[in-house]
Design a binder for this molecule. Structure first.
Ligand code: SAM
Length: 254
């Protein structure tokens, strides 16, 4: 998969894209990322990329002529969709990451300052994605979030292919708790079932703990999920664990 990123601050991408799993995925050719400086597409010798807003008001607006020149140069003859990172976009989630991971090539446009010229948004942008209901100074961190979330879903990127299958949101549930050695730490024991070696019991325990986490922390996810017979049974068990004489106890550690 190939990402083209358009930004006014290419230097922001250097560390995050080179380290860890993203760095290795690029070295092994599973993903490639080109970061383009929007300023290189300015028309004048002062490299001006923004101007004051028509109608007045605070902040600077990124110019349509410069942005479109940059988009068209990077897009070429490809049909790569242009994704504008924007707090006004659809909130990015795991399902969108999985959909993007199916594409061979996407262009990520990072805005900055007050906004981009609206004509770019309406005529050159295919999708707007937000990484949450808050406003950042620029689209650079959101672009990195998208590259990271999508890259780890590409075949061959994670050492163990099954590892993202159990991740939170992958099947509409939060991930179960994880433990590693030592089996006892400051009097805190790893749950007995995980030491048993009994795969069936371990699978059921993990599913139940996934359901517990989701029920307590993100009940909205359970409302959207199609539950299997086993999941419904486990939820009934959990519901009875949490209702003591009509009182619902929502403390996970109890
Ligand atoms: N005036 C804009 C508004 O209120 O919708 C906010 C502009 S913000 C200061 C500058 C740039 O940061 C945006 O053009 C966008 O690219 C990026 N940005 C800020 N928050 C974001 C978010 N939550 N998700 C994605 N991109 C974001």
């Amino acid at each position: 998969m190939h990402f083209d990123i358009l930004t006014l601050f290419p230097e922001m991408f250097t560390g995050p894209l080179e380290a860890s799993i993203l760095g290795k995925a690029q070295q092994s050719g599973l993903v490639s990322v080109d970061v383009w400086n929007i300023r290189d597409y300015a028309f004048d010798r002062h490299k001006i990329v923004d101007d004051t807003p028509y109608g007045g008001g605070a902040g600077m607006v990124l110019k349509a002529d410069v942005l479109v020149r940059a988009i068209e140069a990077v897009q070429g003859d490809s049909k790569a969709p242009v994704i504008y990172l924007s707090p006004q976009g659809k909130v990015f989630d795991q399902q969108m990451a999985a959909e993007l991971a199916e594409l061979p090539h996407v262009i990520l446009l990072s805005g900055h300052y007050e906004e981009i010229d609206e004509r770019v948004r309406t005529h050159w942008v295919d999708v707007e994605l937000s990484i949450g209901d808050y406003v950042l100074t620029g689209g650079e961190l959101p672009a990195m979030v998208v590259v990271d979330a999508v890259t780890r879903l590409l075949p061959g990127v994670l050492g163990d292919e099954s590892s993202h299958q159990q991740d939170s949101f992958q099947h509409g549930l939060l991930d179960h708790p994880h433990y590693t050695r030592p089996a006892e730490f400051r009097g805190l024991q790893v749950p007995e079932v995980l030491l048993s070696g009994h795969h069936g019991h371990i699978r059921r325990y993990r599913l139940k703990e996934s359901l517990r986490r989701t029920m307590l922390r993100r009940p909205d996810l359970l409302e959207k999920k199609e539950l299997s017979k086993e999941e419904r049974q486990l939820l009934e068990e959990l519901a009875s664990e949490y209702s003591v004489e009509g009182r619902v106890n929502t403390n996970e550690s109890d």
